[in-house]
Design a protein around this ligand. Structure first.
Ligand code: SF4
Length: 234
């Protein structure tokens, strides 16, 4: 598919959720990752409900801007958005001892587990048979690591299934960028936790690049999106 296509020129794939479910609880990490997935689910006649649970994001104002952007998009599109806890103490307790793990390592597995376990719990308590996550649309993430965590979390409950669809495929990655520019979403430059902020800045300094300036960068129309090796969305 051509990268020069505009958003309204794409044809979204017809999706079928596990067990032909007609509603999905979608764990969301941020607006850029969530926007396209929400619209793709809707376009297939499935109702998404967004579950924003990300106690990993540091510091608090970074958490707030990512959440606010996500809620704005949901409100504009009449999508229910559940604002879950920002229980950072529990997050730090859970990843204790893994502070120096690289991205995609064991710290990230624990981070995914924590977020998906809470998503699966909410699903079990509120009659959602299917959950999924926006995390996998980022090409900097390990899809297998995310899916294994999602399946493990859903398997704690008899009636919850994790949907392992690869949202990057069939034009998903390109539509994500186009939609982000159209919506002028906030564009974060590190995954989310204090350790990813530290490590991305270290990489930048080692490569003669300026340190991250948080809260200032937004996707723009007519601008090539710059992707840097150690940068990632959450
Ligand atoms: S790098 Fe990202 S996925 Fe890994 S622990 Fe930090 S916030 Fe979580």
């Amino acid at each position: 598919m051509s990268k020069s296509l505009k958003l309204n020129e794409y044809i979204r794939p017809q999706l079928t959720a596990p067990n032909n479910a007609k509603k999905v609880l979608l764990h969301s990490c941020c607006a850029p990752c969530a926007g396209e997935i929400i619209l793709a689910i809707q376009a297939s006649g499935i109702e998404p409900t967004v579950f924003f649970y990300n106690p990993n994001i540091h510091p608090a104002e970074e958490y707030e801007i990512r959440k606010t952007e996500n809620k704005r998009f949901c409100e504009d599109n009449n999508i229910p958005c559940i604002d879950a806890d920002y229980d950072t103490d529990n997050w730090f307790a859970r990843i204790k001892g893994l502070e120096n793990e690289p991205e995609r390592g064991e710290r990230c597995t624990k981070c995914f587990d924590m977020r998906f376990e809470r998503t699966a719990l909410y699903a079990a308590e509120h009659d959602f048979a299917v959950i999924s996550s926006t995390l996998g649309i980022s090409r900097w993430k390990d899809m297998n690591q995310i899916n294994q965590s999602g399946v493990r979390s859903a398997n704690r409950y008899n009636n919850v299934t994790y949907w392992t669809f690869n949202w990057r495929k069939q034009g998903g990655s390109q539509r994500m960028i186009e939609l982000s520019k159209q919506e002028q979403f906030y564009q974060q430059e590190y995954c989310g936790c204090v350790y990813s902020l530290r490590d991305t800045n270290r990489w930048r300094m080692a490569n003669d690049r300026p340190r991250i300036k948080r809260l200032v960068k937004f996707y723009q129309e007519n601008k090539q999106v710059e992707i840097i090796a150690s940068d990632s969305s959450s």
